[in-house]
Design a protein around this ligand. Sequence first.
Ligand code: ADE
Length: 235
Amino acid sequence: KIRFGIISALAEEQEGLIQAMQTPVHHSHGMREYTCGTLWDVDTVAVLSRIGKVAAAMTAATLVEKFEVTHILFTGVAGSADFNVRVGDVVIAEALVQHDMDASPLFPRFEVPLTGLSHLPSDLGLSSRLADAAGIFLEGMSGPTVHRGLIGSGDQFINDGVRLAALKDALPGLLAVEMEGAAVAQVCFELGIPFAVIRTISDNANESAAGDFMHFVKTVASRYAFGILENFCRN
Ligand code: ADE
């Protein structure tokens, strides 16, 4: 039996999903509230992870071990790391990398020690379904597009063009930066749980990132999460 865990990083994104839930039941655990119910007829547990890799890993592991979800989706916003990826566009991860992981010279930079992996792949089927759902959502807007590729996660809000350029150099194909996805990816990889990460671009990870991020989150982030997941669940 399928049960989805839906993790959001921001309260604004989660609110709409919780309101759309049928028969919601709230459980508090580990300083978070997990809401169990059905979302457009899909058995779902929705939770706010809070920000950062440890917060996200804790949340993903709890969803699997305590709430027995079989699949995980992460929705949130990200900074663009590619000139073709613009504010308002959607990025769906094909793979995720912890861009602040560096145990060199013991292990290659970015490699998660003792896994042999730096690029953690997401589930192709789930990601394709999300891409279709996002495409349908964006169709009406004429402008924003869907991208699929590499997302980098680290415990840093990137608001520095020089720092971003260095990351792009070190990680070819990097499309976006955020602070949770690759942590969820590692937990799901280790527990054998299919997962996908979808991010709406809120800023360009440069000197104006903080202001752009705040504005975007307040104005549009919730509509994206709701609209895309509605299409996802109904397909
Ligand atoms: N999430 C949204 N924008 C971000 C940025 N610039 N850096 C890290 N995480 C983000």
